[in-house]
Design a binder for this molecule. Sequence first.
Ligand code: SF4
Ligand code: SF4
Length: 325
Amino acid sequence: MAHHADHGFPAVAARPPKVWRPSVEVNLTEHCNLSCYGCNHASPLLAEEFLSVDAFIADFEALGQAFHSGELRLVGGEPLLHPELARIIAEAKRIGVADRIVMFTNGVLLHRMQPGVWELLDEIRVSAYPGVTRRLSDEDCAASAKRYGVQLEITYIGQFRQTLLNERIKDDQLVASIYRDCKEKGEWSCHILRYGKFYKCPIAAVTGERLRMLGIEFHENPGDAVQVAGNPNLREDLRRYLADERPLAACAYCLGTSGPSVPHRQMNRAAKIYWLQESHSPDIEATRVNVHDRVARVLSWLRSHRCRRGRSNPKAHSAGAKRSG
Ligand code: SF4
Ligand code: SF4
């Protein structure tokens, strides 16, 4: 059989395809202009900090060597607070780590978003919270989106899911179940690149910082994130990391997407301090019940599905009857 060497060409080893996921996120700011109780990015607690354009370029150029996603989500905190938002989006487009650029915002500052930013974005997803004033009405927002060819989604959010914990879940089985069912790292693809490290979810990326505020010593496991810059094995590391079924150290302080719902509310300074101190034992117990109910529902569905299949397949039914007889 002919091969490259027969024609005098050097054999070129095929590079494995890039790792693909539906999305990757980046916090453009750590802080926010709102203080939502239950914010799972912990923004009401984090310092005022803006991602530098240089850090963004370095991180995403490195990631783009090994990874591609359907969308790059600009999140925070509140991305519209970033003074160099247009530059970052332009760089994101140039680097091309994702097919589309999507910005998540609480919408409070949309009325002053520059035309240049509208022109660059593919989609804006607005989280509209009760009692929070947005000066750009939904209709005006829709009109601007149409003018600039931007896809727009406005979601009214009255409930948050309790996620971040001030105490450790001591039951490893429960941690494993929460992790297994966690949509942040799964179907929602909320992976995040933060300060040169790729994490499965934004919660894990800030857990150390948050727990330090509580005086809790926290150490990531060695495999809880992938170092992106200067990593010659980035593709393989990302592939292995995303397929790894072991919970992260942060999962012991998180209810993932299994926690109870809580009504949305804005916090003042005193409420933020209380948020850092409140006991989450009742939420852990409520999650245990949620997880248990979910498992019971799946088992019951499987049992009834098996019965129905048995009934709708006369051969299987008679074979079963013969065996049991
Ligand atoms: S608007 Fe979003 S980022 Fe800001 S505090 Fe609320 S949930 Fe967190
Ligand atoms: S820390 Fe674990 S359980 Fe929580 S969102 Fe991340 S992957 Fe899911």
